[in-house]
Design a protein around this ligand. Structure first.
Ligand code: TRP
Length: 330
């Protein structure tokens, strides 16, 4: 039987964090054995907010380098930049004509963004989920690994696919959100109520994959904890410590009981640097590998090859769509 196809992507709107790695990329690496995977750097999604062009370019390249250094394999998987495959935007336009404004009005991320960026409420922020649906449907993707916050967008992609199929007959594969059972949800170190985010205004809250070891140690030492002084898992009463335990567990493979025993009778002054060291050990090979890829100029070959393979699939799907809609064949 053919392998199922997976599509996922991350926007290069901030530097990748430990949360991006433990919550997404690490899982993606594992999927490569079992699935046919496309992993995209969705730079067209990034421009709904204003970016410094040079920063966007640097981040996109660094993101690719980190994908690969973390274990995404450009031979087994298709790894590329969204803007290199023009069919994303082409299908995006078409799908917009099969998406209802009422559906877009209901997107919770849009509602949040409208509050956060009232000064730049551009149409791209509004139609963003349509482009995301195009990303997914363009490759007949069956599974879409995403975090909780993106599930609603994958549901929309399903609805669009089903509506389209209802009009024209089976054209699109109807995708499913794939929220992996494992996959740690990492919170900010300074505000353990909120997700660790690459676009956080407070860089102390996030550990970046490319952070140097001493910066990582400093961030963990300053991480918000509590006055109870016991390493105990309790996300409501000890949100900060529980977050550090989640991180420690994800990078060492130890479970919460084992961690509680390991640090019994020891204060946060022992626990925090231990977490930092374990994180430093996990991230070091990724940072070094990414730096090497960038220095050796390996990236161009990789993303060009990825775009070529992605385009070959996308072209077929787009032709199929053009055909059923009634566009004259090229
Ligand atoms: N919207 C996603 C996010 O903000 C990123 C994304 C864009 C994506 N296109 C995608 C994720 C397609 C999965 C599949 O995180």
């Amino acid at each position: 039987m053919d392998k199922k196809r997976i599509f996922s992507g991350i926007k290069p709107t901030g530097d990748l964090t430990l949360g991006s790695y433990l919550g997404a990329i690490k899982n993606w690496v594992g999927f490569q054995d079992e699935y046919e995977c496309l992993y995209c750097i969705v730079n067209e999604h990034a421009i709904t907010i204003r970016n410094d062009p040079e920063v966007l370019r640097r981040r996109s390249r660094e993101q690719l380098a980190q994908y690969i250094a973390a274990g995404l394999d450009p031979k087994r998987s298709i790894i590329y930049l969204q803007s290199h495959v023009s069919q994303h935007a082409e299908l995006g336009w078409i799908l917009g004509c099969y998406t209802m404004m009422g559906e877009l009005n209901r997107m919770t991320q849009f509602k949040d963004m409208s509050k956060k960026h009232p000064d730049n409420l551009n149409a791209g922020i509004y139609t963003y989920p349509v482009l995301m649906a195009a990303d997914i449907l363009l490759f007949d993707s069956q599974l879409v690994p995403v975090g909780e916050d993106q599930k609603q967008h994958v549901e929309l992609a399903r609805n669009i696919a089903q509506r389209f199929n209802g009009v024209y007959g089976d054209t699109f594969v109807v995708p499913e959100p794939f929220v992996p059972k494992v996959g740690a949800r990492i919170k900010s170190l300074t505000n353990p109520e909120a997700k660790m985010s690459k676009s956080d205004d407070d860089p102390q809250g996030s550990v970046y994959i490319l952070d140097e070891p001493d910066a990582i140690l400093k961030k963990f030492k300053r991480a918000k904890t509590d006055s109870l002084g016991v390493v105990h898992y309790d996300p409501t009463e000890q949100a900060g410590i529980s977050n550090l335990m989640t991180i420690y567990s994800a990078v060492t493979g130890k479970n919460f009981d084992e961690i509680e025993k390991e640090f019994e009778g020891k204060g946060y002054g022992v626990f925090k640097p231990a977490v930092a060291e374990a994180v430093i050990d996990t991230l070091r090979p990724i940072r070094e590998g990414a730096e090497k890829l960038i220095a050796e100029g390996e990236l161009e070959k990789i993303y060009r090859d990825g775009a070529e393979r992605a385009s070959a699939i996308a072209e077929k799907v787009l032709d199929r769509v053009h055909d059923v809609i009634g566009f004259v064949k090229r």
